[in-house]
Design a protein around this ligand. Structure first.
Ligand code: ATP
Ligand code: MG
Length: 169
């Protein structure tokens, strides 16, 4: 199954990010990520054998990050897939450290796919038609976080869906 590790926004922030996604959609077109799917990916695991999921779940339940507060102050894009995101002007050090530590653990568990760089971001739009960010208002959001979620990603007729499989302590 297709898995990734993410942080899910608290409800109030989810709604605020959704409002940003609406603004971006109006400017840029494309497919808006639904509120319930908004997240920050820390590690994309890709296709993982079912037999490994139990060990992953047990590992995650034993992980207890100190947590932090991620400050979102920037719009961004990934040009080729036409992604518009919200995130930081500079990568958050606590998230960068957490991402590195998670990959150390994941590699010990026999998983591969560690990326060469990590840009913490929340995808708001996919397949945007115009990557025009200049008319969008400034972003100033604070995201208090602590828990990590292991999510399964699957595709429904109308787009991707995620299902939470396990959470950190
Ligand atoms: P779809 O690919 O069907 O449009 P999606 O991107 O939401 O949907 P997944 O591709 O399963 O679903 O990705 C789950 C999460 O992992 C998303 O946050 C996605 O941006 C991230 N992700 C996917 N592929 C990679 C990758 N190769 N490297 C880093 N992150 C990835
Ligand atoms: Mg994808």
């Amino acid at each position: 199954m297709r898995l990734f590790l993410a942080i899910e926004p608290p409800p109030e922030l989810r709604a605020r990010l959704g409002a940003l996604a609406d603004l971006a959609r109006a400017q840029c077109g494309g497919r808006r990520v639904p509120d319930e799917s908004l997240h920050l990916t820390l590690a994309f695991l890709g296709e993982v054998e079912t037999a490994r999921v139990e060990a992953l779940t047990e590992w995650l339940q034993g992980v207890s990050p100190e947590g932090g507060e991620w400050r979102l102050d920037s719009w961004g894009t990934f040009r080729r897939p036409g992604i518009v995101w919200a995130g930081g002007k500079t990568p958050d050090p606590a998230l960068t450290a957490l991402q590195a530590r998670l990959w150390d653990d994941l590699e010990s568990l026999g998983l591969g796919g560690r990326p060469s760089r990590f840009v913490p971001h929340v995808t708001l739009l996919r397949r945007a038609r115009r990557l025009a960010l200049d008319a969008l208002p400034p972003i100033a959001l604070a995201w208090p976080w602590r828990r990590l979620t292991l999510l399964r990603s699957f595709t429904e007729q109308d787009g991707p869906r995620y299902e939470a499989l396990a959470r950190s302590a």
